[in-house]
Write a protein that binds this ligand. Structure first.
Ligand code: BTN
Length: 326
């Protein structure tokens, strides 16, 4: 019932809606409507009540709830099944554990993660209400070798979102770090369940440092947030919806038309590493090379000092830049 009332208020945002109209629409008494409005207010919705004109929705809480997310979800399949937690260990772990029972496109968002994971076994700091900590379940018909492409498609969608919403100069530190002013703002952790020749599922985990005020310790030089970069708090739901729409568009192009190029070009045009000296970490230890490009399969092309050219896969490398993080 709260959801129906919420939907009604959202659909009539510009006007007041009378208690009478709502009670008719919902088939309940005006007192019942009033009680539900009171409940919504308790949950943080700002609703103006006027005895003459009725009710008007003025503001919504900055909370990820399945009502909030499912009511405005602008996509065809991504996030159509949405699960929200206040706290969890890791959203990726949950989706991995339940992948067989959950439909393709399932989105899990948690306000907080207690044991959020980054790549290479690193920890991912996920404070409550300050970020977008999410995992998406995909069940594409692709080979395991193609799975790293999903990371780059997600990186492209993140770039389009940060540029489209805030006009910031955003880059991708191949393959999975989104950076602004040389500091990391989003990370991507793509994991898969697969057989030798076929993917069963992919868990696309994404962390967005949205409204974090400051970083301390070793993160201070390496991490930033959209709030720090824009100078104001942002609407996390707006970010999430924009991102999911971009991602769905780019995934559709890839899965339906075989077009990976669109995503690649976004990553190439916003690369933080192409044309720069970086260190790769093959078995023999850190070696300085020049990153010369990203090939059509999404692999980084590097040139050694002696002129040898090689491509590196995301799993094999960690890239360090000349000074500090990037
Ligand atoms: C990285 O940059 O190393 C990847 C960071 C990925 C973090 C996200 S937050 C949501 C999802 N759940 C996790 O445990 N990790 C990913």
């Amino acid at each position: 019932m709260d959801r129906t009332i919420l939907e009604f208020l959202k659909n009539h945002r510009e006007d007041y809606v009378s208690g009478e109209a709502m009670s008719r629409h919902m088939g309940v008494s005006r007192t019942a409507v009033w009680k539900h409005i009171k409940e919504l207010k308790k949950r943080g919705y700002q609703i103006e009540s006027s005895s003459r004109k009725g009710y008007r929705l003025l503001g919504e809480p900055d909370l990820f709830t399945s009502d909030e997310l499912s009511l405005g979800m602008p996509t065809r399949y991504l996030g159509k099944n949405v699960i929200c937690f206040e706290t969890i260990g890791s959203t990726n772990n949950y989706i991995k554990e339940h992948a067989d029972q959950l439909p393709e496109g399932t989105l899990l968002v948690s306000e907080e993660q207690k044991t959020g994971r980054g790549r290479l076994g690193r920890e991912w700091t996920s404070p409550s209400g300050k970020g977008i900590w999410m995992s998406l379940l995909l069940k594409p018909e692709i080979s395991p070798q193609e799975a790293p492409k999903i990371t780059q498609i997600a990186a492209a969608a993140l770039i389009e979102t940060v540029k489209g919403l805030y006009g910031l100069d955003v880059k991708v530190k191949w393959p999975n770090d989104i950076v602004i002013n040389g500091k990391k703002v989003c990370g991507i952790l793509t994991e898969m369940g697969a057989e030798l020749d076929r993917v069963n599922h992919i868990v696309l985990g994404i962390g967005v440092n949205a409204n974090i005020d400051a970083f301390s310790g070793e993160l201070a030089d390496k991490a930033t947030s959209l709030k720090i970069e824009t100078g104001h708090s942002l609407d996390r739901k707006e970010f999430l919806f924009y991102f999911l729409k971009e991602l769905e568009l780019l995934l559709d192009r890839f899965f339906e038309e075989g077009d990976f190029e669109s995503s690649l070009n976004i990553c190439r045009n916003h690369s933080a590493v192409i044309g720069r000296k970086v260190w790769i970490n093959p078995k023999e230890g850190f070696v300085e090379v020049l990153a010369t490009g990203i090939n059509d399969d999404g692999e980084l092309v590097v040139q050694y000092e002696d002129g040898r050219v090689k491509t590196v896969l995301s799993g094999e490398v960690s890239i360090r830049a000349e000074n500090g993080y990037i």
